[in-house]
Design a protein around this ligand. Structure first.
Ligand code: F6R
Length: 614
């Protein structure tokens, strides 16, 4: 949600800001803006909607922009006030001496706004951010120094923020700061760049500094200095990052989502590499720092996540209970944080988050940590905010995921959970030989994923047929209930078709009332488990109500041809490992339906990749 870029140096400031914002679009946004320090003035340009609208505007005012020495830019995902030009960032103080871009939420903005209004500040927007510009400007009047004025202002704020701030009186630097929202500084030669995330920086430099909470940085063209809000200076810790230029290119695919779906076999193959070296040996997860003695005695695990990561967590619960016999609860982070939960110092809390920035999941982890729980974070961004609270981190290594709809991070999370569940079982003394077959089969999963992807053309044709429906019901049982839920989530997110998932056995307890020829039922059928026959019976019940039936199945049973209107076949796979294969047709189905309907596949309306507000 929201993305920030700041730049100071001799290159084309407008180009760098707009290109940087372009790489952050995946975070989700509905307006964009830049502030340029040019000819001793601060010039601000904003536009509602796509970044292209801002670029078009900048093109029309080209002659006004001379030679900016620095600038700050922002894409906004509306939280306080509508997505319009007035509410778009950057925001300024009453006299426009201070200009600010912000990611996060200022919780006490109403009180501050009242106080500042009493002092004579004139507010232009409905945003929480604008208070920061006024507050810094007020402090500047007495302090006369931007960095110190920023520090004085920030300690008055409650909430989360990453900020870039310029002062008309200080043309040599941008001041930036953060608390509970990501911000990095890219160190170039004779130029420096600030951003919410790595993609906005990698075309300029691979040397970065991760700003920490409650730190303020003064970023000049050829130097950076950082200090804590308390005044203590912070030594610069420059990290060299591996440049993932492929991650932010579509590599010839029409959309990032399709590219990311296709990356799944190689991601899973890489994850298995070195983890299962010999199926007769126990799985090693050296990243788990919890001592094996403590882990052996663990009796309860709590899994916390949101959205797609929550679906992975539900499968994680199933695996942990099935393989290790340890009781596991799974809960949406947004529910966990507002109830009296039973987490204590004996709990192992597993937080799953692709981005590592999801506010609800971070709050949940902080709460659990305060109660003394051991925190294991499973994330695709080991450098993210959430890992600060982790005792152990498992990196799912899926590479930067640009499409808002999560795909490759999900299967990477699943694979990580398979490994963790087996690891836990083995640590707890379950005989290694119990897992020989599962490990052998896990090693074949990447090839089977490739096989599923070869049926893409067929799935595309089937998707076209399904794109006319307004409502779809997904059903699943056992380990594949979450596959059904994930399939439904993918479809609604990117095609806006109303898709709801139910445990197949629940159909007749209510949802069956919805069924008729306009409401297809999509199921997952994996033979070799009791759930297969039971789910077929539920499909028969739906057929009797005239519902069209679609199934994703590993069965070759010809009889299914009479029952189902659409069959998508996946390779033979055991029930317990099937979710990692069965989800791929659902991803492709959602993708091709959305594409066929002409929707914005990679950036669906109203959604943000990083949900940094609770
Ligand atoms: C769905 C999707 C969201 C995220 C959710 C959690 O395609 O992307 O439902 O899964 O917002 O995000 P993370 O995993 O980054 O915590």
């Amino acid at each position: 949600m929201c993305g920030i870029v700041g730049y100071i140096g001799n290159s084309d400031v407008v180009d760098i800001l707009t290109n940087g914002l372009n790489t952050l679009k995946y975070r989700g946004y509905d307006s964009a803006g830049v502030a340029l320090f040019d000819e001793n003035k601060i010039k601000i340009y904003k536009a509602v909607g796509k970044l292209e609208n801002l670029k078009a505007k900048l093109e029309t005012v080209k002659s006004e922009i001379k030679n900016p020495s620095m600038g700050i830019g922002h894409i906004r995902w509306a939280t306080h006030g509508k997505a319009n030009e007035v509410n778009a960032h950057p925001h300024t103080s009453t006299s426009s001496d201070i200009v600010v871009v912000h990611n996060g939420i200022i919780e006490n903005f109403k009180e501050l706004r009242e106080e500042l209004t009493k002092k004579g500040c004139v507010f232009k927007s409905e945003t929480d951010t604008e208070v920061v510009a006024h507050l810094v400007s007020e402090e500047y009047k007495t302090i006369g120094n931007l960095k110190d004025a920023v520090k004085k202002a920030l300690v008055q704020l409650r909430g989360a923020y990453a900020l870039c701030i310029m002062s008309i009186n200080e043309p040599e630097h941008i001041v930036c700061a953060r608390k509970n929202a990501p911000l990095i500084i890219g160190i170039g030669e004779g130029e420096n760049v600030i951003a919410s995330d790595i993609p906005a920086i990698i075309s300029l430099t691979s040397n970065i500094i991760y700003l920490n909470d409650e730190e303020v940085a003064v970023v000049k063209k050829d130097s950076v200095s950082i200090e804590k809000f308390s005044g203590e200076s912070v030594p610069l810790k420059i990290v060299k990052i591996a440049i993932e230029t492929d991650a932010i290119s579509k590599m010839g695919y029409k959309h990032y989502m399709l590219k990311e779906i296709h990356e799944q076999p190689s991601i899973v193959r890489n994850l298995l590499n070195g983890r299962i070296v010999d199926i007769n040996s126990p799985i090693e997860l050296p990243e788990i720092k919890m001592s094996k003695d403590v882990l052996q005695n663990i009796s309860k695990i709590q899994i916390i996540a949101c959205g797609t990561s929550l679906h992975a967590g539900q499968i994680g619960k199933y695996l942990i209970e099935d393989f290790a016999g340890v009781s596991a609860e799974v809960e949406s982070a947004s529910e966990y944080i507002y109830r009296k939960n039973t987490t204590d110092k004996n709990s192992l809390v597993i937080a799953i988050s692709q981005s590592g920035e999801t506010a609800d999941t971070i709050t949940a982890v902080k709460q659990a940590k305060e109660k003394g729980a051991y925190i294991l974070v499973i994330t695709n961004r080991p450098d993210s905010n959430i890992t600060r609270y982790a005792d152990s981190v498992l990196n799912v290594n899926a590479g930067i995921e640009v499409s808002v709809a999560a795909t490759k991070s999900y299967t990477a999370q699943l694979l990580t959970l398979y490994l963790f569940a087996i690891y836990l079982a083995e640590v707890k003394g379950v005989d290694v030989s119990n897992f020989l077959e599962i490990k052998r089969e896990l090693l074949s999963i990447p090839t089977k994923m490739e096989e599923v992807l070869t049926t893409e053309g067929d799935i595309e044709k089937k998707a076209e047929k399904l794109s006319g429906f307004k409502n779809v019901v997904y059903i699943g049982r056992g380990v594949n209930l979450s596959t059904a839920m994930e399939g439904a989530l993918k479809l609604k997110e990117i095609s806006y078709i109303n898709a709801n998932a139910y445990p197949a056995g629940e159909l007749k307890h209510g949802p069956i009332a919805l069924l008729d020829e306009n409401m297809p039922v999509v199921s997952v059928l994996i033979p070799g488990h009791i759930s297969y026959d039971k789910t077929i019976s539920n499909c028969e019940e739906a057929k009797a109500r005239n519902a069209k039936l679609i199934t994703v199945t590993s069965s070759n049973d010809e009889k299914l041809n009479n029952l189902f209107d659409v069959i998508i076949r996946i390779p033979e796979v055991s029930n317990v490992l099937s979710p990692i294969l069965a989800v791929i047709p659902f991803q492709l189905l959602a993708y091709y339906i959305s594409n066929f309907l002409g929707k914005d596949v990679d950036q669906p309306r109203n959604l943000a990749k990083s949900v940094t507000v609770e």
